[in-house]
Design a protein around this ligand. Structure first.
Ligand code: 13P
Length: 251
């Protein structure tokens, strides 16, 4: 199974900045890498531009969110149909910022996961505990609840999902989980997935996210169950993002 290294730009970059970034990035990443798949998730307003820029490139396109319905009266929302037309192959779902700032609940996230798969878009389901939950010793309970509810109803199709473990306390703080902390949770998720469906071994990757950068990626990726990264801040700069990718190549 190849690693997946994904850039979540969040609410950063205009269309012009998207072109500028991707032109630099395509020059850096021009040879296929044997064990690494690379995805970039710009904001919705840049998807069309990015789709044109990435045509015939090695870089996959992702979206940062999606509504579960195909169309209708949902002001401000974007549907899987709209994403498919732009060659979007991945969608980040249940990101901690969606859960905590915009109040997305497990049930809605599950609907989005099911809808993405139905439309042939691969979901990256994000899970992660808050600092308070970690300190109360509830990390694995929270992760189990978020994973189980996120993939509920998938059964044998579980292999069509990737999971990103993103501890809330590590996102945008500069404090990453240590390799040991990440491995503990990743191993737990791997075993949980196996217990739900053996098919999970056929494709589900477990990514780590939360203050990943060019300095800590090398150690994190050495962990057995760390199978890629979901990168925020450090992915905003094409050179930093590319360095993170090269650490996976060496692993
Ligand atoms: P940072 O890399 O900025 O901590 O963000 C992580 C993240 O939320 C990726 O989805």
């Amino acid at each position: 199974m190849s690693y997946l290294v994904a850039a979540n730009w969040k609410m950063n970059k205009t269309n012009a900045q998207t072109v500028e970034y991707l032109q630099i990035f395509k020059k850096l990443y021009r040879e296929p890498l044997p064990n690494v798949e690379v995805m970039v998730a710009p904001p919705f307003t840049s998807l069309s531009t990015a789709s044109i820029q990435l045509r015939d490139s090695l870089i996959k396109l992702g979206a940062q969110n999606m509504h579960f319905e195909e169309k209708g009266a949902f002001t401000g929302e974007i549907s899987p149909y709209m994403l498919k037309e732009l060659n979007v192959e991945y969608v980040i779902l249940g990101h901690s910022e969606r859960r905590h700032i915009f109040g997305e609940k497990d049930e809605v996230i599950n609907k989005k996961v099911l809808s993405a798969i139905k439309h042939g878009i691969r979901p990256i389901l994000c899970v992660g505990e808050t600092l308070e939950e970690r300190e109360l010793g509830k990390t694995l309970n929270v992760i189990e609840r978020q994973v189980r509810s996120g993939i509920a109803g998938l059964d044998k199709d579980v292999f069509l999902v990737d999971i990103a473990y993103e501890p809330v306390w590590a996102i945008g703080t500069g404090i990453n989980a240590t390799p040991d902390q990440a491995q503990e949770v990743h191993q737990f998720i791997r075993e949980l997935l196996k217990s739900i469906s053996k098919e999970s071994d056929n494709g589900c990757r477990i990514l780590y996210g939360g203050s990943v950068n060019e300095n800590n990626a090398k150690e994190l990726i050495k962990e057995k169950d760390v199978e890629g990264f979901l990168v925020g801040t450090a992915s905003i700069d094409p050179e930093r993002f590319y360095k993170i990718i090269t650490h996976c190549l060496e692993a």
